[in-house]
Design a protein around this ligand. Structure first.
Ligand SMILES: [Zn+2]
Length: 492
């Protein structure tokens, strides 16, 4: 047996810690009154403070502290009486001050946790810091080393961030994805950020290492950057674990470094060796007073926390009898879950489950396609309740309801008006439907005979055919439940 084969038998476990940067959805920046806006013309939301011009002084945005306190509350953090800002010194063109104002050893939030699939994941800290500007490298494929020139946009410089740092507590890419999606749902629910990974308002860096199963010492970690979705995060971690496992098994040493995830190639590339924290020469920011939230500020933040996603999901599953998956999809979108709750409260007939089905199906797709929010839809939550009621009462069929829904969203009016304007009504008159079934059976004697003599598969096929003919004969307006019953009776 070669030494390679011996080593290959070692079982490794994966150790993952995540650093999540979230842009806070405040109106203005962290230390100045410039607008905090995505997509403005470059270098239009800037002033001496966020450009770091000599003599300018920062003033802390109180709204940021409010949002940090909400995060503290929602993620079970301890919020100390006092926290302070530090200067993190380094040079980069997108950061004109030559230091980033951040928090270091006294962050605003310490030791919290979040529950993911029944397990608590520890979060070491969450701290406030300013974002940097954005460089664009022109020519040569957009990479700095072969670009013709570079452009810098300082609109993002000084935008408030919370950096949320987990313990190295996760053991699989699936758990890491679960952590990020739960964190995302919580941050959305408490209204502190729009958490769009594709626009960069939520950025996730993963620290990944492996170690032999049964050992407790951490292996050499690699930091992966540039994942633009939760799915990419999972792919990048899986790739990195495999790379590290192969390297270790072939006797290669893992180097502590930052690696860049390449989405199209599906691999990570080495970037630069990781600087230790001492390189940044952190020192207390002399221009900002310590942050000492008052009891009133803490109480206001607590009062601003709605029912959190985990509790809301649990309640929806129990009270509305919907599947866990559907509850998850709904609750991941707070505006849509508010909409659904309002609609369910207005139900006269039909079920909450039907409301959720419309919300997570057609309506979610409509919102994504049109980029619109539920509160702007021409179909109000109360109108959706009416639509669900029309189906529940048998006045229109489910497929007719889709047409009515489209009409309502196009602004044609209330569901009952749209249904009558379009001549949509379900026929539930038993006598009329029985006549249709009798006609279909008479017109298709071969199919009936094959149904009566065929095996289960043939029966299913013929029955489906006859049901289709009956639906056609009713011009799509026959009550399907009633037609089914009458067809069974006719075939018996
Ligand atoms: Zn400014």
């Amino acid at each position: 047996m070669s030494s390679n084969e011996v080593q290959a038998e070692i079982q490794y476990e994966t150790v993952i810690g995540l650093e999540v940067h979230v842009e806070l959805a405040t109106k203005t920046k962290l230390f100045c009154a410039c607008a905090n806006e995505f997509g403005s013309e470059p270098n239009t939301n800037i002033c001496p403070v966020c450009l770091g011009l000599p003599g300018s002084l920062p003033v802390l945005n109180e709204r940021v502290v409010d949002f940090a306190l909400r995060i503290g509350e929602a993620l079970n953090f301890t919020v100390p009486q006092r926290s302070i800002f530090h200067r993190k010194n380094y040079f980069y063109p997108d950061m004109p001050k030559d230091f980033q104002t951040s928090q270091y050893d006294e962050p605003i939030c310490a030791e919290g946790w979040i529950e993911v699939d029944g397990e608590r994941i520890g979060i070491e800290r969450a701290h406030m810091e300013e974002d940097t500007g954005k460089s664009t490298h022109v020519g040569g494929g957009g990479r700095i080393h072969d670009a013709d020139h570079s452009l810098v946009d300082y609109n993002r410089a000084g935008v408030p961030l919370m950096e949320i740092v987990s313990h190295p507590a996760m053991r699989s890419s699936e758990q890491a994805r679960g952590y990020v999606s739960e964190l995302r749902a919580v941050l959305l629910a408490i209204g502190v950020s729009d958490v769009k990974m594709e626009e960069g308002s939520m950025r996730v860096d993963a620290n990944v290492s492996i170690r032999p199963v049964g050992t407790t010492q951490l292996g050499t970690k690699v930091e992966i950057k540039n994942m633009n979705s939760i799915r990419s995060l999972g792919r990048a971690i899986d790739y990195e674990v495999e790379r590290q496992t192969i390297a270790t098994n072939t006797g290669e040493r893992i180097v502590q470094e930052t690696r860049h995830w390449d989405e199209s190639e599906g691999i990570t590339h080495g970037m630069r060796s990781k600087e230790g924290s001492s390189d940044y020469r952190f020192f207390p920011e002399p221009d900002l007073a310590p942050v000492a939230p008052t009891d009133e500020m803490r109480a206001a933040a607590r009062a601003a926390i709605p029912e959190l996603p985990a509790a809301l999901r649990e309640r929806i599953v129990a009270e509305w009898q919907v599947a866990e998956h559907d509850a998850r999809v709904l609750v991941a979108n707070p505006a849509l879950s508010d909409y659904a709750q309002e609609s369910v409260a207005a139900l006269a007939s039909g079920s909450a489950r039907d409301v959720v089905n419309w919300c997570t199906g057609e309506l979610l797709a409509y919102g994504n396609e049109t980029g619109s929010e539920p509160n702007s839809w021409a179909l109000s939550p109360i109108a959706l309740a009416e639509l669900v009621g029309l189906v529940g009462d048998g006045a229109i069929s489910r497929s007719q309801a889709k047409e009515v829904l489209a009409g309502c969203l196009a602004g044609e009016g209330a569901p009952s008006d749209v249904a009558s304007a379009r001549g949509l009504a379900q026929v539930s008159d038993e006598g009329a439907l029985a006549a249709i079934i009798a006609g279909v059976l008479e017109a298709n004697p071969d199919a009936v005979a094959e149904y009566r003599t065929g095996d289960e598969k043939a029966q299913k096929k013929k029955r489906g055919f006859l049901m289709g003919e009956a639906m056609k004969a009713s011009k799509g307006q026959g009550n399907p439940a009633l037609l089914n019953r009458l067809l069974d009776a006719g075939l018996a």
